[in-house]
Design a protein around this ligand. Structure first.
Ligand code: UT7
Length: 322
């Protein structure tokens, strides 16, 4: 399965660490040194998850030279769909005018985009002419407790997209590995129903907020992503030295640095944009992938490793020959 185009969309509003200093008991120094985050984007009025996804999808379609009518499938990885029903993917289908596509959402938290790529690859393997739009899109700013400094400084909004189809020339997705451990669900969770229903978004609806035991999640994330990366490279028949660029989930620059150390790779091989966008959950990998492609950090023939970790717990990795 080849990636024929990428796209991303970030809301215009920028929230800086200095802004957060005025909202909770935190400091630019703490956030920067502990996480690597300087700013994050926050959805404005009308910036729903599906709207950001539509714009990211349109950019990916444009890069591929495809129209919405070319799409057979739309899958949106998200934990913040506009509504519980219909799926964000169906709203994207409507807005794009992708009348031929079937559409559904997938919840694997921050690992969602890697899961969605793996799912699309199974469809494409069965039907090589199938054309799919694979999205990661989130508006977590509506789901954080803006009084909890342990979480509100971390997350941001945005969407990223890939359009994919079959390929037989050795380029594209070489391997994927997916894992979950539901026993650890309570370390990172969001109980409330996802919805743009204002009643559910009210500040005293404590159940709708994201909750995290950060230190435990941190430790597990590093080990899990290392495990997934090693396994997926073996599946792809590559060793670490053959990887040109790693696109990790952007949760914390220290997690990425620890992962780099355990894998024995220099940090320069890891694409990082967490300083600008924070943790955008399922959107973080496709946004980073799109920026890396547009900046020329990824060239034809490069081997790119994606690895992600999120609530569930869920984690996984993928290798792409560009
Ligand atoms: O995307 C899904 C997966 N998510 C992740 O991978 C996130 C993983 N976890 C992390 O990235 C980190 O654990 C955090 C960034 C969430 C926290 O960093 P940490 O180095 O693990 O800090 P900590 O939670 O151990 O807290 C250290 C101290 C505490 O104070 P005391 O108890 O030592 O006095 C916290 O209360 O830092 C305090 N603290 C803060 N101080 C200023 C926590 N948040 C803040 C804050 N500003 N925003």
């Amino acid at each position: 399965m080849v990636i024929a185009g990428t796209g991303s969309c970030l809301p215009a509003t920028v929230l800086s660490n200095r802004d957060l200093e005025r909202m909770v008991d935190t400091s630019d120094e703490w956030i920067t040194t502990r996480t690597g985050i300087s700013t994050r984007r926050i959805a404005g009025q009308g910036d729903t998850t599906s709207r950001l996804a539509v714009e990211a999808g349109q950019r990916a379609l444009l890069m591929a030279g495809w129209g919405p009518d070319d799409l057979d499938m739309i899958v949106t990885a998200t934990i913040t769909p506009d509504m519980t029903m219909p799926s964000a993917a169906c709203l994207v289908q409507q807005a794009l005018g992708a009348g031929r596509a079937f559409a559904f959402d997938l919840n694997a938290a921050c690992a969602g985009f890697v899961y969605a790529l793996a799912v699309a690859e199974r469809f494409v393997r069965q039907q090589p002419h199938l054309r799919a739009l694979v999205l990661g899109a989130e508006t977590l700013s509506g789901r954080v407790n803006w009084q909890d400094r342990g979480t509100c400084v971390l997350f941001g909004d945005g969407a990223g997209a890939c359009v994919v189809t079959g390929s037989d020339n050795g380029h594209g997705l070489l391997a994927t590995r997916l894992y979950s451990d539901g026993r650890l669900w309570s370390l990172l969770s969001m109980h409330g129903a996802p919805s743009r229903n204002p009643a559910l978004a009210s500040p005293d609806n404590d159940g709708s907020y994201i909750r995290m035991q950060g230190r435990e999640v941190f430790r597990y994330a590093v080990r899990a992503m290392e495990q997934a990366a090693v396994a997926v490279l073996a599946d792809a028949g590559l060793d670490l030295g053959q990887i040109d660029l790693v696109i990790p989930h952007q949760a914390n620059v220290r997690i990425v640095a620890s992962l780099a150390e355990r894998l024995g790779l220099p940090l320069e091989k890891f694409y990082l944009n967490i300083d600008k966008y924070g943790n955008t959950s399922a959107a973080s990998i496709p946004i980073a992938l799109d920026e890396a492609v547009r900046e020329g950090r990824i060239r034809r023939g490069d081997a790119v490793l994606l690895c992600a970790f999120g609530g569930g717990f869920t984690w996984g990795a993928a290798v792409v020959r560009w």
